[in-house]
Design a protein around this ligand. Structure first.
Ligand SMILES: NC(=O)c1ccc[n+]([C@@H]2O[C@H](COP(=O)([O-])OP(=O)(O)OC[C@H]3O[C@@H](n4cnc5c(N)ncnc54)[C@H](O)[C@@H]3O)[C@@H](O)[C@H]2O)c1
Length: 332
């Protein structure tokens, strides 16, 4: 068992704490929340101790790891502090907001020989695992282009001053909420990005930070990703990879918060389309358990640090392109 403290008990922290009750690999003994009074009922119901100070949990020898569910701009410093205290880190996405920061976070992780994992649970969806394995096997030929969409309307009811709608915490509108997951999967297919063009507009809502995002990413080893993320339309989740011998598409039935399963469509050149149904699976939990396995010295965490760096390097270019309207080279 890996004893962890979950930090930041808002929407996602309140999803993760009960989920970890089902786990035989992680135990949540404590949570950290800057507004402890606001989660008193939740903490009582979950049987967890609430601390209001992150530093005190880092000094606690009974805690081996932290699960960061805090606002985006805090992640890097919280990772660095946890690593310095010898704690393993599972950090919600995005890991950092800039390439310089993700390099700083990973340097601290490696210096202190702890494990870093990231909340990109889409990588752990059973149909995504199957699609990625098929692509890697070469059976679909050379990957040419990704087309993907992750849209939702959950933010339409947020108060205008919510941090998730701020230009500082969420540059490029939907990018840090949903687009980042698609960028991460695209990096999983193609590796490092080379150039990015991103456009964000306020077209369908009161979200002044922008509700409609289009991103075109060009990758170093060839291939494009066309990413769409909208905050003013009902849920959609789709990830398609077109290759020389066929294409494959994962389509979500519901938001990952309450999974109802997926369909996986495969089309080989000259063949018929095949559609496979996937039952719901707890990929959020599987990601956290992969973190525990790595932290307890078992199997390495399946997402390599090079891809974590590539994802955030491309993310920074998306922010710059959306702000300037220019095509931006990705730093490497
Ligand atoms: N993987 C996913 O699918 C997914 C889904 C939703 C959110 N997230 C991520 O989870 C993180 C949190 O998002 P959210 O939607 O839960 O936000 P939220 O605003 O609902 O919750 C954040 C909580 O953190 C608390 N907090 C802020 N600073 C803190 C600090 N220094 N120490 C302790 N507590 C602190 C806030 O009081 C708040 O309760 C973000 O990184 C977000 O992108 C991931």
């Amino acid at each position: 068992m890996l004893n962890v403290a979950v930090v930041g008990i808002g929407w996602w922290g309140k999803t993760i704490v009960p989920l970890l009750k089902q786990s035989k690999k992680l135990r949540v003994a404590k949570v950290v929340e800057v507004n402890p009074a606001g989660i008193a009922d939740f903490a009582r119901a979950q049987g967890v101790e609430v601390l209001s100070d992150y530093a005190s949990v880092l000094k606690d020898p009974s805690i081996q790891g932290v699960v960061l569910c805090t606002p985006h701009t805090q992640h890097t410093d919280q990772i660095v502090a946890a690593a310095a205290a010898g704690k393993h880190v599972f950090c919600e996405k995005p890991l950092s907001m800039t390439r310089a920061d993700v390099l700083r976070a990973i340097k601290a992780i490696n210096e202190h020989k702890v494990v870093l994992a990231v909340g990109h649970e889409k990588r752990f969806e059973p149909p995504v695992l199957e699609a990625m394995a098929l692509i890697k096997s070469g059976a679909l030929g050379k990957p040419l282009q990704v087309e993907a969409n992750f849209s939702q309307d959950k933010f339409l009811t947020l108060a205008a001053d919510n941090w998730r709608l701020s230009g500082k915490e969420a540059p490029a509108g939907p990018m840090t909420a949903t687009g980042i997951h698609l960028l991460d999967l695209s990096v999983g297919v193609f590796g490092e990005a080379e150039r990015v063009f991103a456009s964000v507009k306020q077209l369908g809502s009161q979200l002044v930070n922008g509700d409609t995002l289009a991103v075109l990413v060009s990758f170093k080893n060839g291939g494009h990703a066309l990413l769409s993320a909208i905050l003013a339309t009902p849920f959609e989740g789709r990830f398609t990879v077109y290759c020389t011998k066929g294409w494959i598409e994962v389509r979500d039935k519901t938001h990952p918060e309450a999974p109802e399963g997926w369909t996986l469509t495969t089309a080989f050149a000259g063949g018929k389309r095949e559609v496979k149904e996937f039952a719901p699976a707890s990929n959020v939990l599987h990601n956290l358990e992969a973190f525990a396995d790595a932290a307890m010295g078992g199997t390495p965490y399946p997402v390599p640090q090079s891809q974590m760096i590539a994802n955030i390097s491309a993310l920074e270019a998306v922010f710059k392109s959306a702000a300037s309207g220019a095509i931006v080279n990705v730093e490497s």
